[in-house]
Design a protein around this ligand. Structure first.
Ligand SMILES: *[C@@H]1O[C@H](CO)[C@@H](O)[C@H](O)[C@H]1NC(C)=O
Ligand SMILES: *[C@@H]1O[C@H](CO)[C@@H](O)[C@H](O)[C@H]1NC(C)=O
Ligand SMILES: *[C@@H]1O[C@H](CO)[C@@H](O)[C@H](O)[C@H]1NC(C)=O
Ligand SMILES: *[C@@H]1O[C@H](CO)[C@@H](O)[C@H](O)[C@H]1NC(C)=O
Ligand SMILES: *[C@@H]1O[C@H](CO)[C@@H](O)[C@H](O)[C@H]1NC(C)=O
Length: 944
């Protein structure tokens, strides 16, 4: 067979096979999707279906309370009435702290929501002293909850627009007793509903109590006795419609016909709620009134009054129902009276100002022969959301930092707002308009351990970061050098190790950053390969491997051809003995990871609402843990009981693999019907998309970033190969499986999943190797001998993609594509590096560094495999390449400053030709002290 035909077959196979692997995003829609229903104070793992709402799922609030604050209690006899809805029998109370918050998520930024809180004191604390406390909607005051009777239920509702993708409800202790809460609900509304609710203005349902009604909840229907309360499913948005009560002077009209609601934005399908109306028995008018809301307590009140009308009787032609609406004795509807349409609802609404008493009268006009009617009404107090929250990114970063280091401070709710509740140990700036941002973070002596979390890098306005006197370990991350506002960074007295990022030292040298790093015993001290100078530019002559294109082409074809055959054989073998896939010797009996119940997964993913990916095994869904950290929940669709053992073995195995360059497994779920793995969510997406997707054009990766991504991934693979016994072989290394954090830290994903999902693998024989084909080690397929070197082979392809931006199959004409390695070899044999380097890098790279990586990549593909470098060799090589690039970049950018000494700011040159061990950290410190920022330009807080 001619090579070109072989190539075409290869391509066809590649295309056919890869299409099912493409990401598909599907949004599942369910009636109650997005409902969050919390029963406060029940056990953390409890949930139940609530009979009063046709089975809405109520779950424990434990995961939603910030930092897990609060304690649970049950209401005491005689208040523990078994006839009550379950959520009233327990409370969560907050004896500690001024402000205690719930963070509800996921919500859509800019989305409209109904928020409902309920309180039933029931003498849960045995003190018989009901408290008074404040309630906040996000950072704005909502109400003062004044509990006057132990046996009374208080229900408050608000219509809000969420500014962010989380929404907070806070209880504030005002010194009049311990805040508590019984229930908390969040319901998404359509954006067309309640247009008066905006990002700047929320609607608070009037809490004024009426003697005829059960509680102060001014959303009324007029059904007769026996229909006390409508909510879900009668109202698909689960609003509570209370019965107005029996008024002797009013009668009621009901119909069994359907009432059309197409003119009423509050409803989107016909509803029973409007199928009944009140009308006077004898008279010609209906009167009701309202006064100040003692909970909302607004001196300068504005109210939104919404009246619903629909004619329910087919009226003879010689009759007329017509009435005027008078608010505070003034006609409201102009000269035309209101005549409700037969079986078609309308809403008449209006803002009413003034904090005193207000009256509403529906009075028959002089022409009318029939009295007025009313089907429903709502009254809201309009509340300005004047207090501006912390900007979204900062708020999320702070929440992530709180979680990462398990900080127990007063860190609840919004970090900067309102001002009087600003979190301890941080300072914020409050611009005249727009959101607040975090400028100072003092986390000295705060017991921090683990690595310096990437979340810090999201604090774009942070000027002063003090992390001294903790137990932080790992290396100093490069992202610290990229933080745009950072002027002062104190990392002293930690356990940090490795080299100091060159960019950070450069900033320090240039005087734009004060850096303190003393007393970190391992910093830049014990690892020659990371700290040693690579001063002399590599003047090695780069030898280009000679290639035989036809041989490579044939090899690829053979690999493709053999694949199906072998997959099938493998399938049979695995079916017969699944455990042969994976036999870790020292399998721990107890999982280290969290075990999720299916219910929890449903909760954290909001009922699997947002699918972010799909593979052969099933869907991947975005979720949020209780602390708000995002996770990717990989569900395994399961049709038979086969494969459980392998799944568990794999989950166990993965749970022991921890490295910063491997995507962490957070937990798993295994019950009778469901298997799932829960991973950390990576904001930066996968490398393939970053190289060739939309993001590639917008913000192309620089060569420096590509090298760091290569090095990160190499570290991850090296760890799998070297630190695990027996070594773990990934077997599916490809750019799609390298995920990026927001600051482009690379992590290997899907390690071992192929093994875990043996069944799936088998049933997707034709699709599974798809993304893998271009990465496949031909030797492995020829011999079935698996070794680490197969990963090295695939990693070589990844390196070539990083250099060239090309996919594994490079299109060279309309009909022909060739493997990337072949293409690169051909080009390099012509001595032309610029023609292969990704044009998106704009020529900004050190040519030697690119040559070196290309050479390394091709070595990774050597045959036989023993000639390939190990991942450890690859790591060493890549580090050298990175240093070449750093030197290049610095000589490039430092022309403004005296060049020779200028490099002394880098880790590289501090040591000069001396051994790294001769470079005590004190000495580094000294050098850094000399270049401290002049105080005149230093805007941050004074360094200590
Ligand atoms: C709570 O309500 C009671 C009765 O209406 C009233 O006397 C008391 O002053 C209120 N307390 C606060 C703090 O508003
Ligand atoms: C309605 O009017 C009739 C006759 O005038 C009277 O007997 C009856 O008590 C009135 N009903 C009400 C509820 O006012
Ligand atoms: C409302 O209707 C019911 C039956 O439909 C009737 O028994 C009752 O008297 C009516 N009036 C009031 C004020 O409830
Ligand atoms: C009340 O509201 C009006 C406008 O709605 C405003 O001009 C006035 O200053 C407010 N008064 C107080 C005391 O807030
Ligand atoms: C409306 O008119 C009635 C009687 O004429 C009077 O008692 C009441 O105070 C008026 N209400 C307002 C808000 O002016």
């Amino acid at each position: 067979m001619a090579p070109s035909t072989a190539m075409q077959s290869f391509l066809v196979l590649l295309c056919l096979a890869s299409s099912p692997e493409l990401f598909t995003v599907i949004h599942g829609q369910q009636v109650d999707s997005g409902f969050i229903s919390l029963d406060c104070g029940i056990a953390a793992d409890r949930s139940y279906s609530d009979p009063s709402t046709s089975g809405l799922r109520y779950v424990s609030d434990a995961g939603f309370s910030d930092a897990g604050a609060g304690l649970n209690a049950s209401v005491a006899p005689p208040y523990d009435n078994p006839g009550m809805a379950d959520r009233y029998s327990t409370v969560r109370y907050f004896p500690d702290g001024n402000r205690s918050c719930y963070t509800l998520r996921p919500v859509t930024p800019g989305g409209k929501y109904l928020v409902r809180v309920s309180f039933y004191y029931g003498d849960y604390d045995g003190n018989n002293r009901p408290p008074v406390f404040d309630l906040h909607l996000g950072v704005n005051r909502w109400a003062t909850v004044n509990v006057t009777a132990a046996d009374e239920r208080y229900i408050l509702e608000a219509v809000v627009v969420s500014p962010a993708d989380f929404f907070q409800v806070c209880l504030v202790n005002t010194g009049l007793g311990t805040p508590f809460i019984s229930g908390l609900d969040l319901r998404p509304l359509k954006w067309t509903m309640y247009p008066e609710a905006t990002i700047n203005q929320s609607l608070l349902l009037l809490t004024l109590s009426r003697p005829s009604a059960t509680f102060g909840f001014n959303r009324y229907h007029f059904w007769p006795l026996g229909y006390p309360l409508f909510r879900y499913p009668f109202d698909p948005y689960d609003r509570l419609w209370q019965r107005y009560g029996t008024v002797a002077a009013w009668n009621n009209i009901t119909t069994s016909a359907t009432v059309d609601v197409s003119d009423v934005s509050s409803f989107d399908k016909s509803t029973d709620i409007l199928r009944s109306a009140a009308t006077p028995v004898n008279g010609t008018r209906i009167d009701f009134a309202w006064g100040p809301d003692s909970f909302v307590n607004n001196d300068n009140a504005t109210y939104l009054l919404m009246l619903y009308f629909a004619e329910l009787q087919r009226l003879p032609s010689n009759t007329l129902r017509q009435f005027d609406i008078l608010v505070d004795n003034a006609t409201w509807n102009g000269s035309q009276g209101v005549t409700p349409k037969y079986l078609s609802a309308q809403v008449v609404k209006r803002m009413v100002k003034g904090s005193g008493q207000h009256t509403v009268t529906l009075a028959a006009t002089t022409d009318a022969t029939l009295p007025p009617i009313i089907n429903a009404f709502e009254i809201y107090s309009v509340n300005s959301m004047t207090e501006v929250a912390t900007n979204d990114a900062d708020a999320k970063a702070m929440m992530a930092i709180r979680t990462k280091y398990a900080l127990k401070k007063n860190w609840m709710g919004d970090p900067c707002a309102p001002k009087e509740f600003t979190w301890d140990d941080l300072n914020c700036s409050y611009p005249p308009s727009g959101p607040a941002s975090v400028t100072t973070l003092q986390l000295s002596s705060s017991g921090l351990s683990g690595v310096v979390d990437a979340s810090f890098s999201d604090l774009k306005s942070l000027q002063h970061l003090d992390l001294s006197n903790n137990s932080l370990s790992g290396s100093i991350p490069d992202f610290l050098a990229q933080m745009p506002s950072l002027r002062y960074l104190d990392l002293s007295n930690n356990k940090l190790s490795g080299r100091i990022p060159a960019d950070l030292l450069e900033k320090n040298t240039k005087g734009s950053l004060v850096l303190r790093i003393d007393n970190n015993a391992n910093l830049c001290g014990n690892n020659i390969s990371t700290c040693e100078v690579e001063n002399k530019k590599s003047n090695k002559i780069l030898v280009i491997a000679t290639v035989i294109p036809i041989a490579v082409a044939t090899l690829l074809f053979v690999a493709a051809f053999l694949m199906l055959h072998r997959m099938r054989k493998r399938q049979d073998k695995w079916m017969a003995n699944p455990s042969s896939l994976n036999s870790p010797r020292d399998r721990p009996t107890i999982f280290e990871n969290r075990q999720f119940t299916y219910k929890e997964l449903k909760l954290i993913t909001s009922n699997f609402r947002e699918e972010i990916g799909r593979g052969g095994f099933g869907g991947v869904f975005l979720g949020y843990l209780e602390d708000g950290s995002p996770v990717a929940v990989k569900m395994r669709s399961k049709t038979s009981s086969q494969g459980d053992k392998e799944f568990l073995a794999e989950a166990q195995h993965l749970s022991r693999v921890h490295h910063r360059n491997l995507v962490s497994l957070i937990g798993f779920c295994k019950d009778k019907k469901h298997l799932a793995l829960v991973y950390e969510f990576m904001y930066g997406g996968n490398l393939e998309d970053r190289l060739r997707g939309e993001a590639a054009a917008a913000t192309p990766l620089t060569w420096h970033q590509r090298l760091k991504i290569a090095l990160d991934s190499a570290h991850g693979l090296e760890y799998l190969h070297k630190s695990c016994q027996p070594p773990l072989i990934h077997r599916d290394v490809k750019t799609r499986n390298i995920l990026l954090s927001a600051d482009l830290e690379a992590k290997i994903a899907d390690f071992g999943l192929m093994k875990a999902f043996a069944n799936e693998f088998v049933s997707h024989v034709t699709t599974m190797p798809a993304g893998t084909l271009g990465y496949l080690d031909p030797e492995y397929y020829n011999t079935s001998q698996l070794s680490e070197k197969s990963d090295v082979y695939s990693f070589g392809v990844v390196l070539l993609e990083l250099i060239t931006g090309q996919p594994p199959a490079v299109t060279i004409s309309n009909t022909e594509s060739i493997h990337i390695a072949l293409w690169v070899r051909q080009k390099l044999s012509e001595g032309d590096i610029t023609s292969i380097a990704d044009p998106r890098m704009g020529g900004k790279y050190d040519v030697n560094s690119v040559w070196k990586v290309a050479e390394l990549a091709l070595q990774c593909k050597e045959e036989p495999s023993r000639k390939r470098p190990t991942m450890t060799d690859v790591v060493v090589e890549l580090k050298e390449c990175l240093e070449l690039e750093v030197l290049h970049a610095m000589s490039y950018s430092s022309s403004a400053q005296s060049s020779a000494n200028n490099l002394s700011g880098t880790c590289v040159n501090i040591h000069g030709e001396t051994k790294a061990n001769d470079c005590p950290t004190q000495q580094v410190m000294l050098e850094l002290e000399q270049v401290r920022v002049p105080s005149t330009t230093h805007e941050g807080p004074t360094p200590r």
